[in-house]
Design a protein around this ligand. Structure first.
Ligand code: AMP
Length: 304
């Protein structure tokens, strides 16, 4: 089923212990839509500036992503994020956030997308995320992400958004920041009491926790020998997760578990190269192969 992704399309300047890239394409919508495009038909709603290179738009279009709602602001500059990772690749240090055209982004959902069944509100100003929901006619599933920047700057808006979404996907530091609880299970239940039916907590190289009112599911991250750039891993996870759910068309507990593993598979590919690199060359065969390896990694039998 069709999936609408709203988020940032960015130029990122990133430094990791293994190298540096300046003004390469990134953004929450870019990573998540590329990951989701391996599973379902994706439309992107986002904004860029006049400096956005046609070859970067082509990166999305070449994966079959509908970019008719990727708008260019005349005279504007594309959102720019500058970050750095130390040897602890789980934590990005944000050095600079230039909102540029994102600062005044007023998302307009085209008529043709207003009845879309699956929506992923990737990391973006929660006010803009809500504006998108205001224009949709009864989506079946709404998932949303956020980050420390918005929890700090737009907390009230974020609290207004929570009762309007089904699934919140955030990382562990964000779950703690949002709730003031260190314990993730406690933090999870607090967040669920604010509205979402399901919470997905991303824990970097430690994997993912899914928390609902009456269940918890944990998946590890795929153990990799070479990790170059974790930028976008969270967005890639979310894109793979929601894309798989949209392809399946249901939220059965078993489907959700497989979607979590598929998201983790996609994130494990993302970190193997800088920027969007690895997400452009994947084949479904490679994806399915790692899904199988994931299954073997966590399978055991017998009783106590
Ligand atoms: P992550 O999946 O958490 O590694 O997300 C990294 C991506 O988030 C980068 O490509 C950035 O362009 C994007 N990003 C960073 N800060 C923001 C922000 N405040 N709003 C939207 N996107 C952001």
């Amino acid at each position: 089923m069709n999936l609408l992704i709203v988020g940032s399309v960015a130029y990122d300047s990133v430094k990791t212990p293994f190298g540096e890239r300046v003004r390469v394409m990134g953004g929450s919508a870019s990573f998540s839509s590329l990951a989701a495009s391996y599973f379902t038909k994706v439309s992107v709603l986002a904004v860029v500036g006049e400096d956005f290179r046609p070859e970067d738009r082509a990166i999305l279009e070449d994966r079959g992503i509908d970019c008719s709602a990727l708008k260019t602001v005349p005279g504007g500059k594309t959102f720019h994020w500058k970050g750095e990772y130390g040897y602890d690749l789980n934590e990005a240090k944000t050095l600079q956030t230039d909102l540029n055209v994102l600062g005044t982004f007023d998302p307009e959902v085209p008529e043709s997308l207003q009845e879309v069944p699956y929506v992923f509100l990737a990391n973006l100003d929660p006010k803009a995320q809500m504006k998108v929901l205001d224009q949709l006619r009864g989506p079946r599933v709404v998932a949303a992400d956020t980050m420390n920047y918005w929890i700090g700057q737009r907390r009230d808006d974020l609290m207004d958004l929570l009762p309007r979404i089904h699934i919140l996907i955030i990382n562990e530091a964000e779950a703690r920041q949002l709730t003031g609880e260190f314990n993730l299970v406690k933090a999870g239940h607090k967040i669920l009491s604010w509205g979402p039916k399901m919470l997905i907590i991303k824990r970097g190289e430690y994997g993912v926790l899914k928390i609902t009112q009456d269940s918890i599911f944990a998946a590890p991250a795929y153990p990799l020998e070479s990790v170059f750039d974790p930028t976008g891993a969270g967005d890639t996870f979310a894109g793979g997760f929601v894309g798989y759910l949209a392809e399946a068309g249901n939220l059965n507990p078993e489907t959700v578990r497989r979607a979590i593993v598929m998201g983790s598979v996609m994130a494990s590919f993302d970190v193997e190269d800088f920027s969007l690199g690895r997400l452009l060359t994947l084949t479904r065969q490679e994806i399915d192969g790692r899904f199988k390896a994931f299954k073997e990694l966590t399978e055991f039998s017998g009783t106590v």
